[in-house]
Design a protein around this ligand. Structure first.
Ligand SMILES: [NH3+]CCCOc1cc(-c2cn[nH]c2)ccc1C(=O)Nc1ccccc1
Length: 346
C-alpha cells in the first residue's frame, strides 16, 4: 500500500490510504497509526460543509468518548484544525452488515441470531449508558475480521436530559427503520424506537429485504403504522420459523408499550437459543476503562523517556489525543495476544 498525500495535522502520526466509506458530510479513509502500525479508520469532516450539522458531530464525539464496548466502534482520537475535524476510529475490515446480507440474499436463522445477539448487546450497553442511537440499520453495523459487529454513527443519538425514561420529539433516522410513534410526530422514548429498528433489522437479516418499503414515503408511513390492526402489516415468508415470527412480532409492535424491552430481549429464548448459559451477562463491556494497563503504560513511558507515573497521569486525563490512541491501540493488541511494543525512534 502506498500512502496518499495526507493532511499536515496527521503527518508523523498517521499514514493515510484510500477511501473506505463515505456518507453525507464525511469521508472515511483507511489509516495506519505510525507508532503501533495498527490500521484505523479516519473519518474526515469539513467544518464549512458541515454547517449546522456541526453540533451533530460534537454530539457524536461526546457520545463515543463515553462508550467503550466490544460491539461499538471505538473512538481513539479527535483532531480538530481550523477547517477540519478528524475522528480516528476502530477499523472494521469486513465492511457493512448491509453488504454482507446482500451478498448472501438472506442469512440462516443461526447466522441472523449470531449477529442479532451482538446488536442486542450493543443496544443494551448504550441504553445502560443513557444513549438512544435512533439510526440503527445494517449500514451502521460494521464487521471486524472476526465476524464481530461494531455500531457506528452516533450523530443522531440522544442522551435525554431526564434519562432514558424521558421523551424525545425529533423525528430522525432512516424512514424504513423508523418506529410508528416516531413518524407520527408523537413524543416517544428513544429506547422503544431503537427496539422497533432492531425488529426491522432482524427482519432484514432473516429475509434479505425490508418489512415496510415503498418509494412513496406517505405509503411507507401508512404501512408502518397500520394502527387499526395494532401491528404493522408485513409479509412473513414461509422460510421463517414459528419462533422467529414470534420474535419479530414482539419487536414490531405498533404500540410501544406492548413492544418487548431490551432487558427482556437479553433473556429471550430466541436470542439465547443454542448458546452457552453465560451469554446473558455478556452485554456488559469487556473494557474496564477505569484502571490503566501497566504493561501498556510502561511501554509508552519507556518509548518517550518519561516515568511510568508521569505517563500514567497523562493517560488518566483521557484527552483523546495521540497518547490516548496509542494506549487504546496497544491495549487492543494485548487483548489479541499480540506484542505490546511500539515502533521506536519515530
Ligand atoms: N455506512 C458506513 C459508511 C462508512 O462510514 C464509517 C465507517 C467507519 C469505519 C470503517 N472501518 N472502520 C470504521 C467508521 C465510521 C463511519 C461513519 O461514521 N460514517 C458516517 C456516518 C454518518 C455520516 C457520514 C459518515
Amino acid at each position: 500500500m502506498v500512502p496518499i498525500k495526507s493532511y499536515c495535522a496527521l503527518d508523523g502520526f498517521y499514514e493515510m490510504y484510500d477511501t473506505i466509506g463515505s456518507g453525507g458530510f464525511a469521508k472515511v479513509k483507511l489509516g495506519v497509526h505510525c507508532l503501533t502500525g495498527e490500521k484505523v479508520a479516519i473519518k474526515i469532516m469539513d467544518k464549512k460543509q458541515l454547517g449546522d450539522d456541526l453540533p451533530r458531530i460534537r454530539l457524536e464525539i461526546d457520545a463515543m468518548k463515553s462508550l467503550s464496548h466490544q460491539n461499538v466502534c471505538k473512538l481513539f482520537q479527535v483532531i480538530e484544525t481550523d477547517a477540519k475535524i478528524f475522528m480516528i476510529l476502530e477499523y472494521c475490515p469486513d465492511g457493512e452488515l448491509f453488504d454482507y446480507i446482500v451478498e448472501r440474499d438472506r442469512l440462516t436463522e443461526d447466522e441472523a441470531r449470531h449477529f442479532f445477539r451482538q446488536i442486542v448487546a450493543a443496544v443494551a450497553y448504550i441504553h445502560h449508558k443513557g444513549f438512544a442511537h435512533r439510526d440503527l440499520k445494517p449500514e451502521n453495523l460494521l464487521l471486524d475480521d472476526d465476524q464481530q459487529l461494531k455500531l457506528i454513527d452516533f450523530g443522531l443519538c440522544a442522551k435525554p436530559k431526564g434519562g432514558m425514561n424521558s421523551h424525545l420529539e425529533t423525528c430522525c433516522g432512516s424512514p424504513a427503520y423508523a418506529a410508528p410513534e416516531l413518524i407520527s410526530g408523537k413524543c416517544y422514548l428513544g429506547s422503544e424506537a431503537d427496539i422497533w429498528s432492531m425488529g426491522v433489522l432482524l427482519y432484514a437479516l432473516l429475509c434479505g429485504y425490508l418489512p415496510f418499503d415503498d418509494d412513496n414515503i406517505a405509503i411507507l408511513y401508512r404501512k408502518i403504522q397500520c394502527s387499526h390492526l395494532q401491528s404493522g402489516i408485513y409479509e412473513k415468508p414461509e422460510w421463517l420459523s414459528e419462533s422467529s415470527m414470534e420474535m419479530l412480532d414482539q419487536l414490531l409492535q405498533v404500540d410501544p408499550k406492548r413492544r418487548i424491552t431490551v432487558a427482556q430481549l437479553l433473556h429471550h429464548p430466541w436470542v439465547l437459543q443454542d448458546c452457552n448459559p453465560s451469554y446473558n451477562v455478556q452485554w456488559e463491556s469487556i473494557y474496564q476503562t477505569k484502571e490503566l494497563d501497566d504493561e501498556c503504560v510502561t511501554e509508552m513511558a519507556v518509548s518517550v523517556g518519561k516515568s511510568r507515573k508521569a505517563m500514567h497521569s497523562i493517560l488518566s486525563d483521557w484527552s483523546y489525543d495521540y497518547n490516548t490512541a496509542t494506549y487504546l491501540l496497544l491495549w487492543k493488541r494485548k487483548q489479541l495476544s499480540k506484542s505490546v511494543r511500539l515502533m521506536r525512534d519515530q
